[in-house]
Design a protein around this ligand. Sequence first.
Ligand code: 5GP
Ligand code: ZN
Length: 113
Amino acid sequence: MDCLFCEIVKGGIPSTKVYEDETVLAFKDIKPMAPVHIIVIPKEHIAESAAGINSENSAIIAHIFEIIAKIAKEQELDNGFRVITNSGEDAAQTVNHIHFHILGGKKLPEKLA
Ligand code: 5GP
Ligand code: ZN
């Protein structure tokens, strides 16, 4: 399967890592939309998007949100941050390996869409 984020996990495509453990990887987005823009992924290709979260794989999603809180502290996003997961075509998802954007470091626009 051709998956960009699986390639990043394997190291075939370089990335600037900000966090890694056995199951989760976080790295800087290549086209940052805010001063802090980090992508957090499960290393395993457990789902294409949030539409694929179920009772079998939701424990890692819970773990990802613990890591998001940890990264936000490390990145000093004490004034707030946004977590986004684009799911499917209407959300303009471009990489079909479930992932969470952490955006912060500035006052983000109020409108989400
Ligand atoms: P999506 O639009 O699917 O929610 O988000 C995919 C994100 O992956 C985009 O923000 C895009 O900039 C980022 N991205 C795409 N290719 C690469 C890459 O090769 N390296 C990194 N670090 N980020 C990438
Ligand atoms: Zn993948």
